[in-house]
Design a protein around this ligand. Structure first.
Ligand code: CDM
Ligand code: ATP
Length: 284
């Protein structure tokens, strides 16, 4: 038997940090949604008790460091599955980009193996398992649009934002999420985004209000560390994006654009400046 799963990328429409917790993680409040840029996973049962990962992408680990491997191992251990699985990852999401590519692959593996091995694990339990793999994984299990709290695992689903174009641009640098959180001084944050404002804009389906309410407290850390991310953000603003923000801990910057011809212009303008540029839609 074989199952297929899509693993879409996420963006953070807002990311606020409330404080640093005793366990070392940061208490966050974020509005997250998915975009139509996805990895594709193919999972095939193997009679032998083993996990094999392959991918066309030469730049990701294929051993136990891969989050899809970790998801498969976790589900096998927890549910006593003695069969094996071969997982092929067709990577489309840029790696270490702030788009939760690895987290979404892990979530897709949990969903896919639940079907492949007919385990009937409820979604809430898949999310709990996901939280053991990473803070973004529970959101990636369900997708949609949600407010995430705690360290990212406490999710409140909300309605989808008004449909628009999303221009994603990733400068050629790798950013470590742990490093960015580690450098953040939570007590000295000056501009907290308003989660309530983002939510109200979404509920009113007010695109301009949504663009005006975007905010990410990790931007000040990543933009100071990597001037090229700041330049990319400035460039997206200059080219006329309606709203611009860095996703997660970066370095990907996204622009929200209402009109298709403007989105095409921004996409073409950015391609001279940055190699990895995508024009996608929200997954609503
Ligand atoms: C930046 C975001 O991607 C925004 O959605 C997430 O907050 C991070 O999610 P993630 O990459 O799944 O994060 P994890 O793999 O759980 O954690 C990586 C590292 O980031 C830091 N971390 C992560 C989440 C959080 N709420 N506080 C933290 O301080 C911790 O140092 C942790 O060791
Ligand atoms: N399936 C996977 N796909 C991509 N990267 C993976 C995968 N499994 C493990 N990794 C490793 O995880 C690291 C982070 O990659 P990922 O693409 O998940 O980052 P990210 O988009 O910044 O995630 P987040 O937004 O959740 O912080 C990379 O160094 C990569 O080697």
């Amino acid at each position: 038997m074989k199952v297929l799963e899509k693993a879409p990328a996420k963006i953070n429409l807002s990311l606020d940090v409330l404080h640093k917790r005793a366990d070392g993680y940061h208490e966050v409040e974020m509005v997250m949604t998915m975009v139509d840029l996805a990895d594709r996973l193919e999972m095939q049962e193997l009679p032998r008790d083993t996990i094999i990962i392959s991918s066309q992408a030469g730049y990701i680990p294929l051993d136990e460091k891969n989050l899809a491997f970790q998801a498969a191992r976790l589900i096998k251990e927890r549910y006593g599955v003695k069969k094996g699985v071969y997982i092929h990852l067709d990577k489309k999401i840029p790696v270490a980009a702030g788009l939760a590519g690895g987290s979404s692959d892990a979530a897709a593996t949990l969903r896919g193996l639940n079907r492949l091995w007919q385990l009937n694990i409820p979604t809430e339990e898949l999310m709990r398992l996901g939280a053991e793999l990473g803070s973004d994984v529970p959101f990636c299990v369900t997708g949609g649009t949600a407010i995430a709290r705690g360290r990212g695992e406490l999710l409140e689903p909300i309605e989808a934002p008004p449909q628009c174009w999303v221009i994603l641009a990733k400068p050629p640098i790798n950013v470590s999420t742990a490093d960015v959180y580690g450098r953040l001084n939570a007590k000295a944050i000056k501009n907290h985004p308003s989660t309530a404002e983002v939510r109200a804009a979404i509920e009113e389906r007010h695109f301009e209000r949504l663009c005006a309410s975007l905010g990410n407290v990790l931007e000040e850390v990543t933009l100071d560390l990597y001037p090229e991310v700041r330049q990319l953000k400035d460039c997206m603003i200059k080219l006329g994006s309606d709203g611009v923000l860095m996703s997660g801990s970066g370095p990907t910057v996204f622009g929200l654009v209402a009109k298709e011809n403007k989105a095409a212009r921004i996409y073409n303008g950015l391609r001279g400046f940055c190699k990895e540029v995508y024009a996608v839609r929200l997954l609503t």
